[in-house]
Write a protein that binds this ligand. Structure first.
Ligand code: FPP
Ligand code: MG
Length: 343
């Protein structure tokens, strides 16, 4: 068994390449990742038992720590200029922002599961869960403030406001059968890619890199984030809930029209079938079983994954001038992981 996303992934599902990637990350960032866990524990401590229990549930049930890893990696290109204390605090802050956003997202979506465990809103109810998200959000900005870096505060606060706009915008698109690919892409930039973009640009800025280099890392993060959300949306249709740690096909049930669904709606035969299911709001397993037919789903899924692959190529191209050093190799491998992941 292998633990990466909080769900326990059967060992046979973790490819050799993925094992090698996590080993490389440990080799390069080992001490920083241990310090990160300690800081996350410190900054989620509460004297109020129920809050502490919710924090343990959320932070203990760990994800891949992808966002702090991105910040550390992009912050590693100029070690003499970096203040490790600030880098570590910024890395912990982005993980707390991410966790806060997932708690609030699960309340908004009425989600039941997160990372293979019941969502916070299920175990404690919506009111305590809202406050747990607010608590994490506040603690993340206590961390950011302690860095004493106005630019970092500006980038992260602006990013959170963009994420909120993304969630509102997504709510406005619910069951919109006319959602365009362009509208979808704008939305996933706001809700997902903006934070990855901010992690990469913040890391590069904290390392004192020149503006044009910061912009390249920022673009890497943006493209990675767009590809990440597209693969997430594909996994919602084709994935296994035991691997992704949440029920499959919940996007459709919630009316979230994702890229593979936009493409499926364009299909002359299956498109009208999907339209009918959505219009009737019949999301029973039987009604959705057509999504299992290879004839129906393979085309839209392949097309969506090709879109994600194009973003991954663009992400990797941003790193082309940086030579063959280990952090570049890891950033490129992470990009491949985003495309190939099953969890
Ligand atoms: C998951 O998307 C959710 C997000 C990527 C962002 C959620 C953002 C907010 C709630 C606003 C920011 C709030 C704070 C407090 C920072 P998804 O529903 O597509 O993915 P899922 O299937 O994993 O839930
Ligand atoms: Mg959600």
């Amino acid at each position: 068994m292998h633990e990466t996303s909080g769900t326990v992934i059967p060992a046979e599902k973790v490819t050799l390449q993925q094992k090698e990637l996590w080993l490389k990350i440990e080799e390069f960032l080992g001490k920083k990742l241990i310090a990160l866990e300690e800081l996350l524990q410190d900054f989620t401590a509460s004297d109020v038992a129920a809050m502490q229990e919710m924090m343990d549930h959320m932070i203990g049930n760990r994800g891949k720590r992808l966002r702090p890893i991105l910040l550390f990696l992009c912050g590693s290109f100029n070690p003499d200029a970096v203040d490790d204390y600030v880098l570590l605090r910024a890395a912990a802050a982005v993980e707390l922002i991410h966790s806060a956003s997932l708690i609030h997202d699960d309340i908004i979506d009425g989600a039941e599961e997160r990372r293979g465990k019941p969502a916070l809103n299920v175990l404690w109810g919506n009111r305590p869960a809202v406050l747990a998200g607010d608590f994490l959000f506040a603690r993340s900005f206590e961390l950011v403030a302690s860095c004493g870096n106005f630019e970092l505060i500006k980038v992260l606060t602006r990013t959170v406001s963009i994420m909120c706009e993304g969630e509102i915008e997504q709510g406005g698109h619910v069951f919109n059968l006319h959602l365009t690919e362009q509208q979808y892409l704008h939305n996933i930039y706001r809700k997902t890619a903006a934070l990855m973009e901010a992690c990469c640009s913040a890391g590069a800025s904290l390392a004192g890199l020149a503006d044009d280099a910061v912009l390249l890392f920022k673009a890497y993060g943006r493209h990675l984030g767009l590809a990440f959300q597209i693969t997430d949306d594909v996994l919602d249709i084709t994935g296994k809930s035991s691997l992704i740690g949440k029920p499959v096909r919940s996007d459709l049930r919630e009316g979230i029209i994702t890229l593979p669904l936009i493409y499926l709606l364009e299909d002359p035969v299956w498109g009208s079938h999907l339209r009918e299911v959505i219009e009737k709001r019949d999301f029973s397993s039987i009604a959705l079983s057509f999504l299992d037919y290879p004839d129906c789903i393979n085309g839209p899924v392949r097309r969506a994954l090709a879109r994600a692959a194009a973003y991954i190529d663009e992400a990797k191209a941003c790193l082309s001038g940086l030579g063959n050093v280990l952090p570049v190799e890891i950033l490129k491998n992470l990009a491949d992981f985003v495309l190939e992941r099953e969890y």
